[in-house]
Design a binder for this molecule. Structure first.
Ligand SMILES: [Zn+2]
Length: 277
């Protein structure tokens, strides 16, 4: 599932190639992808003729700003991809659910085999607090204040992994990067937030920012069973630099002990028993 580094890589791809482009037509064939609209045609009505002027991101949400202050929100969820096609004739991938025609002949295509992802337009002036999912988001993980983060984590009894994956506390971290961040911070996934010192919380914040920035530098992680690619269809490379995630049984780069896996709520958590306390 794409997390902050993957979404940021997509955002950068959009920022460098579609700003200034007018949207000339919209095809929304995947009803589930545009489920926030009562009628799929509403998306086209809201964005056709408008120019893309900004490509922003908040947590795992992509926010394309248009020239009339409409925002096109894209969430990739499990398997969504946002691809730039060179022309309308370029071969379409299966599960292409939404297509935006751009003024220069290219297309922005939303592909999503598992259909958990979504694309929707938000009218100018709509307060963020009223938009489901976006309204409850905490600060972006790359912008969260260190003190505020430490306080939020240390106030709660939940395990650290659950806490840093809670989008209300910090937006952008999911299953992969929570493992990597906790290993970097030398903290166990199930250690209660209320149990860690201010120094450890500071270390956790530093690991949060460092891991996410490194992952962005390597254009995100593409796992064997997942779907993440950038706007040009290229996979990321950070998976080769994972220290714990999906490395059960392989040796910890820090201490040499085998990485362990714990199953929590149907998801795998990877950690080093010796390095993380
Ligand atoms: Zn270790």
């Amino acid at each position: 599932m794409p997390e902050l580094p993957e979404v940021e890589t997509v955002r950068r791809g959009l920022a460098s190639s579609v700003l200034g482009q007018a949207i000339t037509a919209v095809e929304a064939t995947g009803r589930r992808s545009v489920r926030r609209h009562v009628d799929p045609s509403e998306l086209g009505v809201a964005v056709t003729g408008r120019v893309i002027v900004r490509a922003d991101r908040l947590g795992k949400y992509l926010l394309l700003g248009l020239d009339d202050e409409t925002t096109v929100v894209v969430h990739l969820r499990m398997s969504g991809q946002l691809l730039i096609a060179a022309s309308a004739d370029a071969a379409r991938r299966a599960h292409t659910h939404v297509v935006l025609d751009l003024h220069d002949g290219r297309q922005l295509r939303f592909v999503d085999p598992r259909t958990f992802g979504e694309v929707f337009a938000v009218a100018p002036g709509t307060p963020r607090s009223s938009i489901g999912g976006l309204g409850s988001l905490g600060p972006d993980a790359l912008a969260v204040d260190r003190r505020a983060f430490a306080t939020a984590v240390r106030r709660r009894r939940l395990g650290l992994k659950m806490l840093i994956m809670d989008q209300r506390i910090v937006a952008g971290v999911g299953n992969i990067y929570s493992d990597e961040i906790l290993h970097r911070a030398r903290l166990r996934w199930d250690r209660p937030g209320s149990d860690i010192s201010a120094v450890a919380a500071g270390r956790l914040h530093e690991a949060l920012v460092t891991v996410l920035e490194e992952a962005i530098e390597h254009r995100g992680s593409s796992l064997a069973d997942e779907q993440y690619v950038d706007v040009d269809g290229r996979p990321g490379a950070f998976q080769h630099l994972h220290r714990v995630h999906a490395r059960a049984g392989q040796s910890c780069h820090r201490c040499g002990r085998p990485i362990e896996r714990a199953k929590v709520g149907g998801r795998s958590t990877y950690f080093c028993r010796r390095c993380q306390v």
